[in-house]
Design a protein around this ligand. Structure first.
Ligand SMILES: [Zn+2]
Length: 343
């Protein structure tokens, strides 16, 4: 259960295992964006992705492990991480504008570097937002904090904002170990890589994902995430047809049962991840993208166009290996039930 430190590590790992990744495109820093095909030849295909939020590394390791360990006759396509740049950390993304990686021992160091090299766009409390070169950099997370029309986001329209991971004690995501990527739309809305799936304008990572999906027409999509808590939950998506809806419900039920039986704690009965979810059985939430706004994320998009889809959320407060195993177990369970639909 390897924690990957940089984006090249999972790629090397995958190649060492004998796979030849398919090139989908390049991130703005030139990093190859890839998918890996495994499994059998049966259709419809299964699509697994992770790492759209670079701070959620158990999903990335699980996705890489699943390339070899998922048992299925169906075709499997894996995008092991959707934010190649952010995975390399905050010093790395700063180097794209500074020419070299600064030494960052603490958030105070981040603040000092941003102040020294950046043009300050916004400053309040402990948040400092600057632009350096082609990118915005912030000391703190800005997602959901601003309205669309904020004038200080004007210079960042169509650009990215990075901020450092800050969680102490989370394995795989130490302070500054990852850079969380925000994407500022041409309209000035600051979202992230797991948005823009249904918009003509979208960052390159999303366009690559979208093109792969159009090619493989996945009958099951699993997007591996993590959240800040210590339990496990998943989100399901309403399907276009009754048969699909029945299978979506069945897979959600089997996944959550399997994870609970393995001894992993499920999100408490009174937990609700957001106002745009409705509760199913314990640990299962149905996401309503229209209620959330912000357009479609990967799983929403998959449900609207291709079929069954889920977001799997492991709790970052747990040990890394336990998180990876929970994600893998959920994925394998989903795939086993999915196979019954096409038996
Ligand atoms: Zn996430």
């Amino acid at each position: 259960m390897q924690i990957f430190n940089t984006y090249t590590e999972p790629l090397e790992h995958i190649e060492q295992k004998g796979h030849t990744p398919q090139l989908l495109g390049y991130a703005p820093d030139g990093a190859p964006l890839v998918s890996v095909k495994s499994g059998g030849e049966k259709e419809p295909a299964i699509f697994i992705s992770a790492g759209s939020h670079s701070t959620e590394q158990a999903g990335v390791t699980a996705a890489v492990e699943l390339i070899d360990q998922l048992h299925t006759e169906h075709q499997v396509y894996v995008i092991p991480t959707r934010d190649a740049m952010g995975m390399n950390g905050f010093a790395y993304v700063l180097s794209l504008s500074l020419g070299e990686e600064p030494n960052l021992g603490s958030i105070e160091d981040v603040q000092a570097v941003l102040r020294e090299h950046g043009e300050v766009l916004y400053e309040a409390d402990e948040t400092l937002l600057v632009i350096i070169g082609e990118y915005g950099y912030s000391t703190r997370g800005l997602y959901g904090r601003f309205r669309k029309e904020e004038s200080f986001l004007e210079p960042l329209k169509g650009r990215r904002i990075f901020f450092p991971s800050r969680a102490e004690g989370v394995e795989g995501t130490a302070p500054c170990q990852r850079a969380y990527t925000l994407i500022v739309s041409p309209e000035g809305e600051a979202l992230h890589i797991n948005r823009f799936h249904d918009t003509p304008w979208a960052p390159v990572e999303v366009r690559c994902t979208r093109r792969l999906m159009a090619e493989i027409q996945p009958g099951l999509t699993l997007d591996l995430h993590e959240y800040g808590g210590n339990a496990f939950w998943l989100s399901a998506r309403h399907q276009q047809c009754d048969d699909g809806q029945m299978w979506e419900g069945r897979i959600a039920h089997e996944m959550i049962q399997a994870v609970a039986q393995s001894g992993t704690e499920l999100a408490p009965a009174d937990y609700l991840p957001g106002a745009f979810f409705t509760k199913g059985e314990r640990g299962v939430f149905w996401l309503h993208a229209q209620k959330r706004g912000e357009g479609l994320n990967l799983a929403d998009f998959a449900a609207s166009k291709y079929g069954l889809s889920f977001t799997i959320e492991t709790g970052m407060q747990r040990g890394f290996e336990q998180r990876v195993r929970a994600a893998m177990l959920a994925a394998q369970t989903a795939v086993t039930v999915f196979e019954q639909r096409y038996a």
